[in-house]
Design a protein around this ligand. Structure first.
Ligand SMILES: O=C(CO)COP(=O)(O)O
Length: 253
């Protein structure tokens, strides 16, 4: 664990969540401070349809709300898209960009991801930039090379520790119940840290690097204790208050 970096426990609801699920969010918000002992920041990223109500639901509690993606432009003829400014207007503090599901489902390149990160900053929010290798790339021994390419392409040169969080999410670990070994997580995070320091200097040293991919209460303590792991980006286990709070409780002193 890196003591000087305050961890972030973040949820990504993906394409899940209707207004009824705000009850679950309410339970997360009211229980968060106590669960983690005030030791970490908490965030839930919801579909665009829920952000405004989610922000109202968590108001004054220990959680913030984020978006899962945005368009690179501020406004205009882009049917079905939402801009960072619109997400900010709903009360969000963060936006995820470059999730592997966006890179795959929507063919987003690292260049697009970098443009979106800049849009997040234009909107005054924090960008959570996702990177991670596929199973084939890991099997071919290309993991670190892939991370190099994705960081070089997706992380704008003016990123800071305040406006960016990086999430390492091995694609093959997302939603599969599989996780890398602690040694593999340590290697990937140390590599990402080194690249961020090369690119951003002291900001690179302070940027939060989250691990994502099948994090649950039963494996969180082990994963969160790895060097350079400054929190988690959680999919499935962020949909239920009991699971999300169980992961946050890993940080209780
Ligand atoms: O993609 C993820 C978070 O962005 C991880 O999802 P799971 O926690 O469901 O594996």
């Amino acid at each position: 664990m890196s003591p000087s970096i305050r961890p972030l426990v973040a949820g990504n609801w993906k394409m899940n969540g209707l207004s009824a699920d705000l009850e679950e969010l309410k339970a997360m918000a009211t229980g968060f401070e106590e669960a983690c002992g005030g030791a970490v920041d908490g965030l839930i990223c919801t579909p665009a349809t829920l952000i405004e109500r989610a922000a109202r639901t968590v108001e004054g509690q220990g959680l913030s709300v984020g978006g899962e993606d945005c368009h690179a432009k501020e406004s205009g003829a882009h049917t079905g898209d939402v801009s960072a400014e619109m997400i900010a207007d709903c009360g969000a503090s963060h936006i995820i960009v470059g999730h592997s599901e966006r890179r795959t489902d929507h063919g987003e390149s690292s260049q697009t991801v970098a443009e979106k990160a800049k849009a997040v900053w234009r909107g005054g929010l924090v960008a959570i930039i996702c990177v991670g290798e596929t199973e084939a790339q890991r099997k071919a021994g290309e993991t670190l090379e892939v991370l190099d390419e994705q960081i070089a392409g997706s992380v704008p040169g003016n990123a800071t520790a305040d406006n960016m969080v990086v999430a390492y999410e091995p694609v093959w670990a997302i939603g599969t119940g599989l996780t890398p070994t602690v040694d593999d997580v340590a290697e990937a995070h140390a590599h990402i840290r080194a690249r961020l320091v090369e690119r951003l200097g002291e900001h690179g040293e302070a940027v939060r690097i989250l691990y994502g991919g099948s994090v649950k209460p039963s494996n969180a303590a082990e994963l969160m204790a790895v060097d350079n792991v400054n929190g988690a980006l959680i999919g499935g286990a962020s949909l239920k208050a009991q699971d999300f709070l169980g992961i946050a409780a890993t940080y209780r002193g």
